[in-house]
Ligand binder design. Structure first.
Ligand SMILES: [Zn+2]
Ligand SMILES: [Zn+2]
Length: 271
């Protein structure tokens, strides 16, 4: 039986003889139903029309996107460290070329995903990369549409995957929304891989925090304060966001502080 994939969010579902009636992720307020109604595809179909493109982002950091764009269009990042490698966020399309490229870079110790919009076809990736564990925050467990023994639900506020790569739960966009802190990133000054839990703006100098990006629903001031406080103890010079090219290459921590200040002013009542 096929594992159907929603064409709007790109999330792969548990196997079923017929396509599911609903995509729970797209029917949630944070997403939207495709304008032509709910449509489904399969990995097999996608593999005839799409492929993944890899790019070097910097030392020990590779980005991967699907071409042509599919569903939300996020990128995945492969981070290499002496202690082990991690695939951060995930794509729906998986092809032999991209798997071989990741294996040639030393493979991965684990996969970790920022939030449910990017769960994609992570079970396929786990299998293809050697049955590696997939770290998802337990607070978002209800959004896993294809349960699998490789999925590890981590709990609490932080979790070190390997020495120097630590998941930090920030919430906001989703209760379990997480970022990955890479201690050795930015030549040892630290980097954050954020998905859209901390969204890099088009100016590539500031960030934002939203409950829903497509439907323009902000989070409140207290949530932004909590996110900034949770990041305060972690050094980082750079941020790599959800989209190809959306990176803050210097002074990223100051950028987060400034952006939070601006955001809180914008959502607070004027006196
Ligand atoms: Zn969907
Ligand atoms: Zn999202």
């Amino acid at each position: 039986m096929p594992n159907y994939i929603c064409i709007t969010c790109g999330v792969q579902y548990a196997e079923s003889a017929l396509p599911p009636e609903h995509c729970l992720i797209c029917e949630d307020e944070r997403q939207y139903l495709g304008w032509e109604g709910q449509k489904w595809t399969t990995l097999k179909e996608l593999q005839t029309s799409h492929r993944n493109h890899l790019d070097v982002e910097g030392p020990e950091l590779i980005s991967m996107v699907t071409e042509p764009k599919f569903a939300i269009g996020q990128r995945a990042l492969h981070v290499r460290t002496p202690a082990g490698n991690v695939l951060w966020d995930c794509l729906t399309v998986i092809d032999d070329r991209s798997v071989a490229a990741i294996q040639a870079l030393g493979g991965v110790t684990a996969i970790a995903i920022s939030h449910p919009h990017y769960y994609a076809s992570v079970v396929e990736w786990s299998r293809a990369l050697g049955d590696v564990p997939v770290y998802l925050h337990a607070a978002d467990g209800e959004w896993v549409m294809r349960p699998h023994p490789a999925i590890v639900f981590w709990q609490g506020e932080t979790h070190e995957l390997v020495s120097g790569l630590t998941l930090i739960r920030l919430g906001g966009h989703f209760p379990g929304g997480a970022v990955l802190h890479w201690a050795g990133g930015a030549r040892g000054q630290g980097a954050l891989l954020t998905g859209d839990v901390v969204q890099v703006g088009h100016d590539r100098k500031t960030v934002s925090f939203m409950f829903s990006y497509p439907n323009y629903i902000p989070v409140n001031a207290a949530t932004v304060r909590r996110i900034v406080d949770a990041l305060e103890a972690w050094p980082f010079e750079q941020i790599y966001g959800a989209w190809f090219g959306q990176n803050i290459k210097e002074n990223a921590k100051a950028a987060v502080r400034y952006s939070a200040h601006r955001y809180i002013a914008a959502v607070s009542e004027a006196d």
